[in-house]
Ligand binder design. Structure first.
Ligand code: ADP
Length: 469
């Protein structure tokens, strides 16, 4: 396989920038694509070349497969990196790249397909002996079928969209009276969001943690995991804070879960970076939830505790090279890292999205602090895309050190012009349960309130005559 010399980045925002950075360090050319709404985006300025691929609407730009592939071909790229979101888990896109003579930096279209339908992935994992949340074996078609599965596993149950992602198409039914209406609601939401209303049923676990394993597999048959991330701090099933390692995972459990994650990888002959997501219950039992066949938003926490540049590894693997750590025993876990998602959302008003002009952007720095962001002062956050503005990643030798560093870094972080989730994070790092690592997926609902956040809402962010002080 010839080496990759030039990569088209089929994405925007911080992840596009993240990929350009690895390309530059590897001496690989980079081509950004941007929509008309992203003309002033940093990813388009920092890449070696940039091509406008259409209007603001994603379906006409970032999701337009022929447009993206043509941009790669006319600019002489030999590979495409999809980032996360948009076309990253679209098997037809992976296939179209390969058919056009481009290397798709990710797993094969077949692997994407097999893991993309969550109910099929569940059946595959059950067959491979990976523990799954009790529930239906595959898709559930009728209310009658749903009821019999729900009775079998016991209420509450969760109705989930097979094509789901981003917490969409998911509804809890606490008892029989809620099942029919909530199944219909999940189907309707799934049809609207994914064009596919297939659903399946799982037992709804109480107070679980979300613990996921980062995996890497190359084309030479090597597969390793880079340990776990705990992503239990969520709101409406969307992650807000992620950390590595998980405060709840012992070395023994890490080994068992890591082996299960690698079983999942081998079951589908997976290649590239991926994430195997599990729920961990209060008794230390874990269950496969889904596999994400792409790089994740939260990949930097794993990078900080292992020293592995995951994007670089994806590129090396796609070039047919052997990955850096081909043996599990050579991957080391060092210290503790926590990522805070800084979103253009107003935590004081139910996390309402709030695009707009950023008057001033002053990110923190110093030892153990990393900020991945496409923001700059004067940038206008467009309304068309997701609300992620920046990721603050802190590292410490211990969790306590990382939390203390996070507190200091969040206090330094200045974004003026639009409300952000900084105040939310400032609250959480002072909160007793979080400080002790006692988090689970309902943590935010139970411990964070708007009145609690009020004290942090202006946290150090003062503007005088347009300047930050
Ligand atoms: P998505 O792909 O939409 O992100 P996931 O299957 O990854 O959906 O689930 C997202 C979140 O929903 C999990 O992190 C967890 O908080 C919650 N969740 C999913 N399945 C269950 C379950 N069976 N019991 C309890 N919570 C669940």
């Amino acid at each position: 396989m010839p080496p990759i010399r030039k990569i088209l980045i089929a994405n925007r925002g911080e992840v596009a920038l993240r990929i350009v950075r690895s390309c530059k360090e590897m001496g690989i050319g980079s081509v950004a694509v941007y929509s008309e709404a992203d003309r002033d985006s940093l990813h388009a300025r920092i890449a070696d070349e940039a091509i406008c691929i259409g209007p603001a609407q994603s379906s006409l730009s970032y999701l337009n497969m022929p447009g993206v592939i043509s941009a790669a071909l006319v600019s002489g790229c030999d590979a495409v990196h999809p980032g996360y979101g948009f076309l990253a888990e679209n098997a037809a896109f992976a296939r179209a790249c390969v058919d056009s003579g481009l290397v798709f930096i990710g797993p094969s279209a077949d692997s994407i397909e097999r893991m993309g339908d969550k109910s099929v992935a569940r059946s595959t994992m059950m067959a491979a002996g990976v523990p799954c949340v009790p529930g239906s074996e595959g898709a559930v078609e009728t209310y009658g079928e749903a009821l019999s599965f729900a009775r079998e596993v016991g209420f509450p149950v969760l109705i989930k969209a097979a094509a789901g992602g981003g917490g969409k198409g998911m509804r809890v039914a606490r008892d029989e009276s809620e099942l029919e209406a909530n199944m219909t609601a999940a189907k309707t939401e799934a049809a609207a969001a994914f064009g596919d209303d297939t659903v399946y049923i799982e037992k709804y676990l109480l107070r679980p943690r979300h613990v996921e394993f980062q995996v890497l597999a190359d084309s030479l048959g090597n597969a390793v995991h880079l340990f776990e991330r705990d992503c239990s701090v969520q709101r409406r099933h969307q992650k807000l804070i992620e950390e590595a390692p998980s405060p709840a995972v012992t070395p023994e459990l890490r080994q068992t879960m890591g082996e299960a994650a690698l079983k999942a990888v081998r079951a589908v002959g997976y290649e590239s970076a991926g994430t195997v997501e599990f729920l961990l219950d209060t008794d230390g039992r874990f269950y496969f939830m889904e596999m994400n066949t792409r790089v994740q938003v939260e990949h930097p926490v794993t990078e900080q505790v292992t020293g592995v540049d995951i994007i670089r590894e994806q590129i090396r693997i796609a070039s047919g090279e052997r990955m850096k750590h081909a043996e599990q025993s050579s991957v080391e876990l060092r210290g503790h890292a926590i990522e805070f998602r800084i979103n253009a959302e107003d935590p004081m008003h139910n996390f309402r999205p709030h695009p707009g002009r950023v008057e001033c952007f002053n990110p923190p720095g110093g030892f153990g602090v990393r900020v991945d962001s496409h923001l700059y002062g004067g940038y206008t956050v467009p309304q068309h895309y997701d609300s992620l503005l920046a990721k603050l990643i802190v590292w410490g030798e211990t969790r306590a050190e990382a939390v203390a560093r996070a507190r200091r870094a969040l206090d330094e972080f200045i974004i003026v012009g639009i409300p952000t989730t900084i105040a939310f994070h400032q609250f959480v790092v002072e909160e007793e349960h979080f400080k002790k690592g006692e988090v689970y997926t309902d943590y935010v609902d139970e411990h964070v309130s708007e009145s609690g956040l009020a004290d942090f809402a202006t946290g150090g962010q003062v503007v005088e005559e347009g300047r930050c002080v």
